[in-house]
Design a protein around this ligand. Sequence first.
Ligand code: PLP
Length: 404
Amino acid sequence: MTTNGKIPFLDLIAPHAELKEELCEIFAAALKTGGFVGGPMVEGFERDFAQFCGAQHCVGVSSGTDALRFALMAAGLKQGSVAVTVPNTFIATAEAITQAGGIPDFVDIDERTYNMDVTKLQEYLESQCSVSEEGKLISKRSNRPVTAIVPVHLYGQMADMDAILELAEQYRLIVVEDACQAHGAEYFSRKQNRWLQAGSMGRAGAFSFYPGKNLGACGEGGAITTNDSKLADTCKMIRDHGQAKKYYHDIEGYNGRLDAIQTGILSVKLKHLPRWNAQRRERAAEYNRLFAASEAGVQPPYEPSWSRAVYHLYVVRTGDREGMMAHLGKAGIGTGIHYPIPLHRQRAYESLGYKVGDFPVTEKIASQIVSLPMFPQLTAEQQERVAAEISRFEQERVIQAARV
Ligand SMILES: *Cc1c(COP(=O)(O)O)cnc(C)c1O
């Protein structure tokens, strides 16, 4: 969709215009039955989404943050124990850990994939932890037991799950995948010699259906995927005030359900997700081609051979990020930064005691990354304009530099 030659960062109008009638029918059906919470639409979507993810169970919840939090609680994250994650992610990853009663410890990211660096994870486990007399793995920085790893499949790119799962097994740690940006992303497991879907590899996976995600609700939503039926049942209880039977509360839970109208909408959109993801991959390949041809001075994303990314975001690195964003903004092209401030530098996490320089790769890229327009309906012509404006900006920068 182009309005006055503007190219939005994200288009939430076009995909819904395409499906307007079908989506409105969902609302009409809900009005007719009065089934707004729970019921067959919710169960139908949970079945379909589990199948899409190659997982046995899916539990719909009210957001991706709840999905992460409930999955960690149900997987048995011990109160006051450490869950290891990355500082280059959305704050919800860490919020879910602390709100489930844990403490986040960070490890740095890989400079090419921008996801968890598995050698840093290994280093952390080997040299920043000790083993207690009872055989518990203890984090030296917090003096707390380490019980979980939360890898994030950021930007729709896969974290290196074989290595992460192997370390988790060795150290007997729970793995909950943050797949909130990775609906349909695939990972080639060299160990199993086959492609596996995001959300099907850890003890559980967490997805968000925030409108801008690859599969988005017309409102808030999220889901947990797992092959563990007990974990799925526990998540169902946690999302519904800790009850398996109405008004019989075995534990204290939350109001964290996914409502029926949203699941109906998600079922309609799920049918289109494989095509939308394929279109995102095509758009990413087109950007890669344009940037390789124009020598535009931006570094395109890197996709390892074992990853089939779904490009929730198309993130490049550049020398003068603020200048480039301002130039593109003036040209009517929307951009974003995911994320400008690493979690260990956020005021909310001052109490964790990290300092500048603790995660040099994350800190470096945080000042260089920019997310370009990316959505399934983006056209090749629009991408040409984005690339042309970036080239023009880089040329002007060279000329300015020569003048000085
Ligand atoms: C969106 C997102 C979340 C949280 O999902 P919500 O539905 O907004 O709660 C968590 N982690 C990552 C990486 C995300 O992008």
